[in-house]
Design a protein around this ligand. Sequence first.
Ligand code: CP
Ligand code: NVA
Length: 301
Amino acid sequence: MAARHFLRLIDLSPEELRALLKRASELKIQQHNGLRHDLFKHYTLAMVFEKASTRTRVSFETAMIQLGGAAIFLSPNDTQLGRGEPVEDTTRVLASMCDAIMVRTFAHEKIERMAKYSKVPVINALTDDFHPCQLLADLQTYQEHRGDISGKTVCWVGDGNNMCNTFIDAARLLDFELVVSCPEGYEPMASLLQENRGRVRLVRKPEKAVKNAALVATDVWASMGQEAEQQKRMAAFADYQVNSALMSQAQSDALFLHCLPAHRGEEVSAELIDAPNSVVWDEAENRLHAQKALLEFLLRN
Ligand code: CP
Ligand code: NVA
């Protein structure tokens, strides 16, 4: 049977996603109560990182260790990938030795190619276009604080980047409305907007966009790989900071999410990160639990 890959959130059905989120919360409670599992005893996860990471690396590595297995960190600097070995060849070798392959890279097309050559699950740990593992944690976090997200309004303020694209996939799967507020020229993927019209709206002014939102989310203005555009982007996004004043225009119990790392004083004010309606620390912790549920789902399938 072909391996189940996780390259986009929509690789899961709505039912699978709901079950996975429920399992993530169960695993979290078990972890907090000191219950240990050795589900992945003798399993190995190869982790290919072509971009920097704190949360993703530590959560996958910890997940594997806590479940009895091991994770192997691989960067282009010290593997043959950095010396020109074709990604197809590297993938075939990794898949012949490891039980799953996690990849953080630039072009989304590269991870699709890797998935084609892998007989074990390939997991997208962020590409230029999507960040599905993060959305697992985000949805889990919303659900743990406020219950079902279906039918709610979520507002994305800032860059129409990999996180924003993945929020669109989430809106499709869990049937919520997504309002995207970004400057002109920084919209999410056009094809996604087109496919999800009716569910996703663009509202340029953040104050208008957050009206009625039960959840407001943002991310950095310059993603990894866009460092050279930092100054230009700072100017373009100057009116798009999420702060308590903006949050006060949303629903009174609206939550704030940010995948982190955050640039305090840019896309988010310093005060909002630690405000009572910000759940960014739970969101970060949930990467661990959501990833355990994901690994369990993919490896047991
Ligand atoms: N949110 C997230 O993916 O963080 P890292 O870049 O630290 O992995
Ligand atoms: N959009 C950001 C997310 C980092 C977790 C980036 O791609 O750099």
